[in-house]
Design a protein around this ligand. Sequence first.
Ligand SMILES: C[S@@+](CC[C@H](N)C(=O)[O-])C[C@H]1O[C@@H](n2cnc3c(N)ncnc32)[C@H](O)[C@@H]1O
Length: 275
Amino acid sequence: MVEPSQFSPSASSSTADTEQEAQRLRREVARIPVWWHSIDLGHGVVTPGQKGNTGGTHAADFMRAELERLRFPSLAGKSVLDIGAWDGYYSFEAERRGAARVVALDHFVWSMDLGTGRSEPEELPGKRGFDLARRELGSAVEPVVADFMTMDLEPLGTFDVVLFLGVLYHLKDPLGALHRLARVTSGVAVIESDAAVFPGFEETALCEFFESDERDRDPTNWWAPNLRALTGMCRAAGFDPVNVVQGPPTSASHAQPGTAPLRYRAIVHAEMQTE
Ligand SMILES: C[S@@+](CC[C@H](N)C(=O)[O-])C[C@H]1O[C@@H](n2cnc3c(N)ncnc32)[C@H](O)[C@@H]1O
């Protein structure tokens, strides 16, 4: 039996409004040439996350599984800094989990026109996805446009939780980067990185260096540390303890010593003890 209200002009016009809203949003999403993250913007519209070179597809199911793997600490009431935020999926998730303040920091990709590959630091064409998502989600995440490696860290301050996801191996000076990370972390840094096992050398701290684009045809991939190197660099930078949340896959333990490096993604929670 059909309820009379379903035929009322107000019900049908509000359905039409919602559909118009979804169409408008779909058009805006389609105008962004590359979305890195799948973000649910509401109205049934989810941004089309891209395939990462080394880190999965960034489709909605990958992002949900990745959140599980990262095992964020409780973020309720915390201050959170997301370094290398790109479209902001993890910043918005931190906000959704009740963080009191979230800062999303990026510069490299935000400066790029990912349609043409040109850098336009004045226009920030690569930030349009983040801006669109922030507006649609009614988010209060604070964007900071800055190069984490050269910016003045004093005005940025310190944060209870710092997300450093998929950034370390893009930086020419990873140990220097971890020292800077330690300066802005008052609680824990969640670090996710491309990583490698060098069979037979698990007890030696080693990093593979890529001089060009041999790591997945991406000239901005410089390093693949093994777990010893990653955890050791974190401690050398002042973090302690450094807890391994995701180490090498179990299949790596069967590799013959001296055979080719095995790639995987490492996750550590690096804690900062403050008196
Ligand atoms: C592989 S993406 C990871 C994006 C996101 N954190 C994630 O895990 O899905 C690397 C990000 O780090 C940013 N990035 C690279 N170098 C940076 C730097 N020196 N300062 C700030 N952001 C940087 C890039 O612009 C890009 O958004």
